[in-house]
Design a protein around this ligand. Sequence first.
Ligand SMILES: Nc1nc2c(ncn2[C@@H]2O[C@H](COP(=O)(O)OP(=O)(O)OP(=O)(O)O)[C@@H](O)[C@H]2O)c(=O)[nH]1
Ligand SMILES: [Mg+2]
Length: 219
Amino acid sequence: MPQDNTSRIIELNEDLIQHNQTLAQQNLAYFEKFNIKSFDIVGAIGAGKTALLEIITKKLSKDYKILVINGDVATRIDADRIEKFGAKAIQINTGRECALNSYHISQVLKSIDLGMYNIVFIENVGNLICPSDFILGTSKRIVVVSITEGPWVIRKHPMLFKFSDIAVINKIDLLDIMDINVNEMIRDAKEINPDIKILPISAETGENIPKLIDLLIND
Ligand SMILES: Nc1nc2c(ncn2[C@@H]2O[C@H](COP(=O)(O)OP(=O)(O)OP(=O)(O)O)[C@@H](O)[C@H]2O)c(=O)[nH]1
Ligand SMILES: [Mg+2]
């Protein structure tokens, strides 16, 4: 049956997403085979994903072997930042892609001895839209939003909150100089996803980071 251009494009996207899900399931099975806790971290450019990983890694690297996979369009700035805190960091440069996909992760997993690690964090490319379509195969997804992105950011980007397990509202050390009601942001996220766990944090001062780590390790 002849198809117009629109339906052809939709079919192509469905194939891509299906293929991504298949590979993501393989990635998850691989993490589970080695009993690894795996998290992917999504959020806008500059929300504080790497800063959060720096402080988490600093606190956990004495007791756990941590692998961080950093996604960025270019540079290995984030991986270099992380390696200062005792984790192994692998940088993926996506070039023209606005998010990591499960193929990127499968290629990394093939190239390393995964059995050496207890925890894997994947930092996605800074973007609030693209990562929602591409799961990576981790057991949990963390979305980082910061108060400097404005009070409406959660309502405007519901998809990432709908499919995340944990939301952190970062940069609360700046609350004195920002006209932001954190309780309203929490309410917005809970309306979109009643099951999401939410913590206001500061990656800068460390506020509530022990609570977050407890959630990651013991929940
Ligand atoms: N005041 C304050 N600044 C923060 C906090 N977290 C991160 N920053 C700053 O915000 C800027 C961006 O932080 P990053 O951790 O690089 O943000 P990111 O989400 O990894 O950014 P991309 O990887 O580019 O998407 C840096 O200058 C951080 O020092 C925080 O809790 N409080
Ligand atoms: Mg970063």
